[in-house]
Design a protein around this ligand. Structure first.
Ligand code: DAH
Length: 337
């Protein structure tokens, strides 16, 4: 019996050593340790072993089973490692993974959010109004007479109903003042529409950021300080800003604001980015009249401004053609991620 067990163990270990795949490991396990395996069968001979030999023979059997089991496990790990290696043969695991395309914010969104952030820290709250407006909010209440060129069919998109696509965000000034008495300190970003010839600097839809501050004793100094602070926060502390006298029906005095654009390789030039001014008393009168009751804007002062957001983006990134902002060409957009 003892010799038989030793022999079975030797043969089993030799067989396992020859195995080269998972299948072979399993076959060997069944043939040796399975229900009808050679070692299992040998074990049944225990009953014929004389009582005094049983401990020794039993120990031998256990040792053999343990040695064979360990050999099978080691073999299994070995063939698995070989199979894994073969599966990735020729694959370069150090190659960088292919990158997944990732979205990002549109440049207009980036500059708009920055401007909003700066103005909110100065105490301006967000306000909004509809893009489909009526003539009252877009023109009449803003002191813009019937025969003003901005009201021309050639310049403005009118609906059959008489409503129109707002030509500027200044209509939100009226919508806000109708709802509340001073002090008013709001900004209103949004789209505006004009029947312009489309070229490198004009689109029929563009984006503005309107601002309005109404209180007692607001001065041109407040207007200048606020806008210079905003523009320097956006474009850098050494940004040159210029206020040029201009005319708008809803402000008196009125100005246009230019920023000195410095693009390397180009002569620096002034670029117009906003209209602004001190709110015309006629606007306050129109609002008070529309509100009815006790007038709350009479005798008030205020400043207003309308920034061209597309222009701000063009200045920030040196974009030469405004059409790039609406074409959604990924080659352009991916530069802002
Ligand atoms: N609404 C003017 C435009 O679109 C810009 C503007 C000028 C807005 C003066 C203002 C302002 O609030 O006070 O050209």
């Amino acid at each position: 019996m003892k010799e038989e067990i030793v022999k079975i163990q030797q043969e089993a270990l030799a067989r396992i050593a020859e195995v080269t795949d998972r299948r072979g490991v399993e076959d060997a396990r069944v043939a040796i340790l399975g229900k009808k395996g050679v070692l299992t069968m040998a074990q049944t001979g225990m009953k014929d072993v004389p009582k005094e030999d049983k401990p020794v023979v039993g120990q031998l059997l256990n040792d053999a089973r343990k040695a064979i089991t360990e050999a099978l496990e080691a073999k299994l790990a070995e063939v698995q490692a070989l199979a894994d290696k073969a599966a990735v043969a020729g694959v370069d695991l150090t190659l960088p993974a292919r990158s997944l395309p990732m979205g990002g914010l549109h440049p207009l969104t980036i500059i708009r959010d920055e401007a909003i952030g700066i103005l909110r820290r100065m105490g301006f709250a967000l306000a909004e109004g509809p893009e489909i407006e009526d003539e009252f909010h877009c023109f009449d209440a803003l002191n813009t007479p019937e025969d003003h060129p901005a009201r021309n069919e050639k310049d403005t998109f009118y609906f059959d109903s008489g409503k129109l696509l707002r030509t500027h965000t200044s209509s939100v000034q009226i919508r806000t003042m109708e709802k509340q008495c001073p002090p008013v300190r709001i900004i209103a970003p949004g789209s505006a529409y004009r029947r312009d010839e489309i070229d490198a600097t004009h689109l029929s839809v563009f984006n503005q950021l309107e601002g309005l501050y109404v209180a007692k004793d607001v001065s041109v100094g407040d207007l200048k300080g606020t806008l210079e602070y905003l523009l320097r926060a956006l474009f850098g502390a050494d940004t040159e800003v210029r206020f040029r006298p201009h005319f708008f029906p809803f402000t008196e005095p009125s100005f246009e604001i230019d920023v000195k654009l410095k693009v390397s390789g180009q002569e620096p030039r002034w670029v117009e980015i906003a209209g602004c001014g001190m709110v015309d008393p006629a606007v306050f009168a129109a609002v008070d009249k529309e509100r009815g009751g006790e007038p709350c804007y009479e005798g008030m002062t205020g400043f207003a401004f309308g920034l061209g957001l597309d222009r701000l983006a063009m200045i920030r990134w040196g974009i030469r053609d405004i059409r790039a902002l609406i074409e959604n060409d990924v080659r352009f957009l991916s530069q802002f991620q």
